[in-house]
Design a protein around this ligand. Structure first.
Ligand SMILES: [Zn+2]
Length: 408
């Protein structure tokens, strides 16, 4: 284990914020296990007594256990802390426009198993089918396991207090009581979040450790639509009660194409997966080219298909253009792009960077622009959303459920 740097992270001052600190401790232990209480005190800058009080609570709740596997410098081996990975499981669900995925994660945030199903039928039919599948999996393989919560990531405007999908233009859902349906079927607490927000959250848990002190991170989720999530001052920015997922519907051409939201020329109509594929089909339609999805398009581009290359390059231009505008206003330390488009990273990266730098008044040399740390960030983001809610009381949830590493 590496020697921890003192005050590597900033910490919430204790007392009545103990639940947030429990979550932060869990992150630290998960990432650095085996880790001693003294190391936690060094990392966080908290007093030894405070550290012990929080650790004791975690041990009492069976989230963490103490062992002696840590490095010893002779004499009595020091006690080290480990996550009790199997104390609880959580479920993560990522609802996509064409397919959805659900996963079982242990308390380390590691996916044990995942399954996908088509997103089809009415919302009620689909959610009941999803609940059937989850029930079947739990009954056959996890009948003895304890589940703490379900985190659900969904594209669109959500009401995180009631757990309702108010409107999702891409899913064509309206007023869907998602939490109510899943809770009544599965008898577990359900927490829902917009997919781009969940994706941004995934970086706090699965992103590079050396970015743990990043205060502002902008996540661009390029899927069927396009959404953005924002970490500000180390916390997921949730704004008011409703969250639609940021800047995807920022209009960049008032006379542009009609967007799924009913307005014209949204960023999404230029840079989403759908926009990229439609651009390709517009120029190839007459040549009898079969319908492709973005992954097919990337395969074609890798074979130097000129039309495929052009379609992706134009998307990269628009991504760069939009990011450039946002970077001007937000000046994040890190910009992360997620979605299938990142499989063409070597193709899009130079175009995006060039566009950002050429449009910037003072070139933003220090901004890191990189692909997402995980394959399906909106699924991975649903895991910590479920995990950390295992600690919180309903009262705290109504405030801001997303204070976590954030505060580290
Ligand atoms: Zn729109």
């Amino acid at each position: 284990m590496k020697e921890p740097k003192k005050n590597n992270f900033k910490m919430v001052d204790v007392h009545d914020v103990r639940d947030i600190n429990q979550t932060i401790f869990l992150h630290l232990i998960r990432e650095r296990q085996p880790i001693s209480r003294a190391d936690i005190a060094k990392y966080t800058g908290l007093r030894a007594g405070t550290v012990s009080a929080i650790v004791n609570r975690l041990i009492k709740n069976n989230f963490v256990y103490e062992g002696t596997e840590g490095p010893s410098s002779g004499g009595r081996p020091p006690k080290h802390l480990f996550i009790n990975a199997e104390s609880f499981y959580v479920l993560a669900v990522d609802i996509g426009v064409s397919d959805s995925v659900f996963a079982v994660s242990d308390f380390n945030g590691r996916i044990i198993q995942q399954k996908s199903l088509l997103t089809e039928g009415t919302p009620e039919q689909f959610l009941n089918k999803l609940a059937d599948e989850i029930e079947k999996l739990i009954q056959t393989q996890y009948s003895r396991a304890k589940f703490g919560a379900i985190g659900v990531s969904v594209p669109g405007l959500i009401d995180r207090e009631t757990g309702t999908v108010e409107i999702s233009p891409n899913l064509e859902w309206k007023n869907v009581p998602l939490r109510q349906i899943l809770m009544s079927r599965l008898n577990l607490p359900v927490f829902i979040e917009n997919d781009a927000n969940a994706a941004a959250f995934s970086e706090l848990w699965y992103g590079p450790l050396n970015e743990a002190s990043v205060r502002t991170l902008l996540f661009i989720l390029v899927v069927e639509g396009l959404g953005t999530g924002l970490i500000i001052n180390g916390e997921l920015h949730v704004g008011s009660r409703l969250g639609l997922g940021g800047f995807g519907h920022m209009s960049i051409d008032p006379n542009g194409e009609l967007c799924s939201c009913g307005r014209r020329g949204c960023w999404e109509t230029f840079a989403s997966e759908r926009a990229t594929v439609e651009r390709f089909h517009r120029v190839t339609a007459k040549q009898g080219v079969p319908i492709v999805n973005l992954n097919d398009l990337i395969t074609l581009a890798n074979k130097d298909d000129e039309m495929a290359l052009q379609s992706i390059k134009i998307t990269a231009e628009y991504l760069g253009e939009g990011i450039s505008n946002l970077v001007h206003g937000l000046y994040p330390e890190t910009v992360v792009i997620g979605g299938n488009i990142t499989a063409a990273w070597s193709l899009i990266e130079p175009i995006i960077k060039q566009r950002i730098h050429s449009r910037y008044i003072v070139s933003p040399q220090k901004i890191v622009i990189r692909p997402a740390s995980v394959q399906r960030p909106s699924l991975f983001g649903a895991i910590p959303i479920a995990l950390q809610n295992c600690f919180q009381t309903p009262l705290q949830l109504n405030k801001n459920p997303y204070k976590s590493r954030a505060k580290i």
